[in-house]
Ligand binder design. Structure first.
Ligand code: FAD
Length: 479
């Protein structure tokens, strides 16, 4: 049996949360656990964009894409596909995707997850109001439309967690049918014949990779020299090489100026005048925070030029008693960070033990095929001298398990502090890199030495064996 750690401070407090994504609902759970009287105002559904339109749907779609990619490589492992166009060695002709069914699955998983979150909040005694809300000064929310329009929630502590939405280009307005944002792709019933993805950041790369694996022809338009400009350069290079090898058309150093629909096709015009014609276009050029029209200025909440709410490391805004978490703050656009900012806000506001937000050990993954997972300091920071570090990079092509699994692309990279050998970061490029990065995250968080990592057993044969090997090699270099 568990005992509840309610705090005497929290028991007299009313907490109002605007936005029910991970920034908001995780905060609500902490506040309820500490004994506060908590209300969440949410207009679309609990779980937020994270659950309803962004993370959960995209990763569910990618699960199918991943399976298709595995099937595509199966003949190398001796699997036969009778009925394929070139006999039993060609899976492409015999395996195809039913996108309508995939999207049904995506939507029902997202809905079920949202319902689970609602049930959990209600079980913990959190009140949920449906509708759009705004601040009415720093100590109240009002619901302006929706089911609970007109409701007012007076509060001692307010948390803003309104998230963000896709940025659009003035000359590329989404129509939900052929010109799409990442929230609209799940309403397209047929696999696009030729999908043009504008934007090669994390979201653009993930969707390009997924649709390519699902069988669509994909053109990826990147305004930079290479895809994933914000990621580890070696990892981005591997991915771009894989993309091109699979037949994706990667158009680099080209900015999309406009996207125009002509009946059943779209024409993307690039800044150099060239055009790309496709059947559909996905515009993935970043996000803008949902911070307009919610009474920030009147309540004394400062925002940056980009419209993000200014917060400190315990999620306080410029207005006393008003906190903010998640994408509306622009601190680090990840669900895990949003949730942590929200929890920290409540621990701080309600007088519990709290440590400021630390971003150094945030692990993140680009869910492409292969996946790219990173944590800690980057090679770019080491190369520029911002961090003093040693680097070991090992290709997976020499790893016994990778050979058995037919993995040809990818690597592990480990960074340690020069002299002390403390692990300060790493990169894994591999199928399921999102799972493999965890030991590196633990090492960074707990400041383990490369020898600590090297002395731990890894399974033979395993991909994680390459991480242990990298740690062993760093011992020699750190001497
Ligand atoms: C395609 C895609 C894939 C991603 N994949 C990952 C991933 O794999 N892992 C990861 O960690 N992150 C991922 N992210 C990032 C992640 O989605 C965000 O960082 C996360 O959603 C932020 O959570 P949040 O609570 O700030 O906002 P949200 O989840 O956006 O929630 C905000 C909520 O506030 C509500 N709201 C806004 N304004 C109001 C108002 N005035 N009144 C009432 N309600 C309001 C909205 O309806 C929404 O439900 C992905 C993002 C995208 C776009």
């Amino acid at each position: 049996m568990s005992t509840r750690a309610t705090s005497p401070v929290a028991q007299q407090q009313r907490v109002a949360v605007l936005g029910g994504g991970p920034g908001g609902y995780e905060a609500a759970l902490v506040a309820a656990q500490l004994g506060a009287d908590v209300t969440v105002v949410e207009r679309d559904g609990l779980g937020g964009s994270t659950v309803l339109t962004d993370v959960v749907p995209s990763k569910t779609l990618i699960a199918t894409a991943e399976l298709m990619a595995t099937v595509g490589g199966a003949t190398e492992l001796g699997v036969r596909f009778p009925g394929g166009p070139t006999g039993d060695t060609e899976p492409a002709g015999s395996v195809s995707v039913d996108l309508g069914r995939v999207h049904q699955r995506v939507k029902s998983l997202a809905f079920a997850q949202s319902m689970d979150i609602r049930a959990r909040l209600e079980k913990e005694g959190v009140k949920v109001l449906s509708g759009s809300g705004r601040l009415d000064g720093p100590q109240a929310l009002v619901v302006t439309d929706g089911e609970d329009a007109g409701a007012r929630v007076d509060a001692d502590v307010v948390l803003l967690s309104t998230g963000s939405r896709p940025r659009t280009l003035p000359d590329a307005q989404p129509d939900g049918e052929r010109i799409l944002t990442w929230k609209q792709v799940y309403d397209v019933e047929e696999l696009p014949e030729h999908l043009v993805v504008v934007g090669s950041g994390v979201t653009g790369a993930e969707f390009a990779s997924a649709y390519d694996a699902l069988g669509a022809h994909v053109t990826l338009v990147s305004s930079r020299d290479r895809v994933l400009p914000g990621e580890d350069a070696d990892a981005a290079e591997v991915l771009e090489e894989v993309f091109r090898r699979r037949g994706m058309n990667v158009v680099s150093r080209s900015r999309a100026e406009s996207v125009v629909r002509h009946g059943d096709s779209v024409v993307v015009t690039l800044s150099d005048g060239r055009t790309v014609e496709g059947s559909h276009c996905l515009v993935a050029v970043g996000s803008v925070p949902n911070t307009e029209g919610i009474g920030l200025e009147e309540a004394g909440v400062w925002t940056s030029e980009s419209g993000h709410v200014d917060v400190d490391k315990v999620s306080r805004t410029s207005a006393r008693g008003v906190y903010a978490a998640g994408d509306c703050t622009g601190v680090f656009p990840l669900a895990s960070v949003a949730a942590m900012q929200g929890r920290i806000a409540m621990w701080h506001a309600l007088g519990d033990t709290v440590a400021p937000l630390k971003l150094r050990s945030v692990a993140s993954t680009v869910f492409t095929s292969p996946e790219i997972a990173t944590v800690g300091w980057t090679q770019a920071q080491i190369d520029s001298g911002e961090a003093q570090g040693e680097i070991v990079k090992l290709p997976l092509s020499t790893n016994a398990r990778a050979k058995m699994l037919g993995i040809h692309d990818g690597f592990v990279k480990l960074f340690c502090r020069t002299g002390s050998g403390t692990v300060i970061g790493g990169v894994v490029v591999a199928p399921r890199a999102s799972e493999l990065i965890f030991p590196v995250t633990l090492a960074v968080e707990k400041r383990l030495n490369v020898d600590d990592v090297a002395h731990a057993f890894s399974v033979y044969p395993s991909l994680s064996g390459s991480l242990a090997e990298a740690a062993r090699q760093l011992h020699v270099m750190a001497d």
